[in-house]
Write a protein that binds this ligand. Structure first.
Ligand SMILES: Cc1ncc(COP(=O)(O)O)c(C=O)c1O
Length: 375
């Protein structure tokens, strides 16, 4: 009997093949011009992104992490300032706050959305709060009750405090779109992101011209004009080759996001009635960068291992909430919901071109593995 293929957490081979000739042409174009740093390709990609997202300015950067750091610096946030954020995220969110010298203040999350709880945020706002940094985790817009895709409740709570959206997992999510909801939006084009480069890349979005100008200075050593350095900045430019590739992919992002949602619906149907599993809500504007279930009452790590033995690779985003990471040495108070969910979450394979047969096999293996670890 032929061996069954392993189902990976993400597989972009089919997608890459479908746009390969366009991508090859885009790369050749950059090679032919010889303009590898900024230039037309980056400017055109920024224009396309600004239009897609619905903002006045987009600034191409070399990672999502740098987008977060530069957003904070552009707002003048540093030593002595506090930034309220979620602990249930990739470390870069809290890391960026620390890197500019400010202090992260962790607001716990809601069980249903996995996103920052606006009621907790309200309790933590004080004179030192200089920004709020929600994360649209797994592609679901944070900061709205009842699954609205517009961050409306968080905006109300923030009042005049600037909101920096960590939209690294949410390109194209929301309505209005992520990156146009707060004061600054930050995106990652890491190869596994829903809009991904063939390497690192990032983007900052804003409607504020001064923030856009300062961000452009910060990405290029604080230069106002060539060799006229007014600020201590970074080398954080988006590569022209990555911008050219991303411009090709941007044309398909809405279709790919719809396909992700379709795959999430299929999973939810297949898992309907499975009592040990809590499936994610399919709310408006969610683009399912990840499809994440909860398995309370089960040993999640044992389940993951069992599924792996049977040929399905699932992922845990994230096993330790940021407030409990060793780097912070117990400095931060507990966030009980985040700490509980960190033991329950399991992300199943998802990508736009995943086949219903593959999803069926994932679910069969998931259910079989649950039976085996429960017996
Ligand atoms: C929520 C979140 N924030 C920040 C980042 C950092 O992005 P990058 O890897 O491009 O620096 C990521 C990506 O891994 C992320 O998922």
């Amino acid at each position: 009997m032929p061996e069954k293929k392993i189902i990976p957490p993400i597989d972009l081979q089919e997608q890459t093949a479908s746009i390969r000739s366009e991508v090859d042409e885009a790369i050749s174009r950059v090679i032919d011009t010889g303009n590898f740093i900024l230039g037309d390709e980056v400017a055109l990609f920024e224009k396309d992104c600004a239009e897609h997202i619905g903002v006045k300015h987009a600034v191409g950067l070399n990672s999502g992490t740098d987008a977060l750091v530069i957003a904070l610096r552009a707002l003048g946030i540093g030593e002595g300032d506090e930034v309220i954020t979620t602990p249930f995220t990739f470390f870069a969110t809290a890391e960026a706050i620390c890197l500019v010298g400010a202090t992260p203040v962790f607001a716990d999350i809601e069980e249903t959305s996995f996103n920052i709880d606006v009621c907790q945020v309200k309790k933590l706002i004080n004179q030192q709060t200089k920004a709020i940094m929600p994360v649209h985790l797994y592609g679901r817009i944070a900061g709205s009750q009842n699954g609205k895709p517009d961050m409306s409740d968080l905006k109300k709570a923030a009042n005049e405090i600037p909101i920096i959206e960590d939209a690294c997992q949410a390109f194209g999510a929301g309505s209005p779109r992520a990156g146009a909801l707060g004061d600054i939006g930050c995106f990652s084009f890491y190869p596994t992101k829903n809009l991904s480069a063939f390497g690192d890349g990032g983007l900052l979005t804003t409607n504020d011209e001064h923030i856009a100008i300062k961000s452009k200075m910060l990405r290029q050593h604080g230069e106002k004009s060539r060799y006229n350095n007014e600020l201590l900045g970074y080398n954080s430019r988006l590569d022209a080759i990555q911008a050219a590739i991303l411009r090709v992919k941007l044309k398909y992002i809405d279709k790919w996001n719809m396909e992700r949602r379709g795959a999430a619906e299929i999973y939810n149907n297949l898992l309907n009635g499975c009592e040990q599993i809590i499936t994610p809500e399919i709310v408006c504007g969610h683009i399912f960068h990840q499809y994440t279930i909860r398995v309370p009452g089960l040993n999640r790590d044992e389940l993951k291992e069992k599924m792996y033995e049977k040929g399905v690779i699932s992922m845990v985003y994230y096993p330790i909430p940021a407030n409990k990471l060793p780097v912070f040495e117990d400095r931060f108070p507990d966030c009980p919901v985040s700490e509980k969910l960190a033991n329950e979450v399991l992300s199943l394979p998802i990508w736009p071109e995943i086949k219903p047969e593959q999803q069926k096999r994932v679910v069969e293996i998931l259910i079989q593995s649950i039976k085996e670890i429960s017996s």
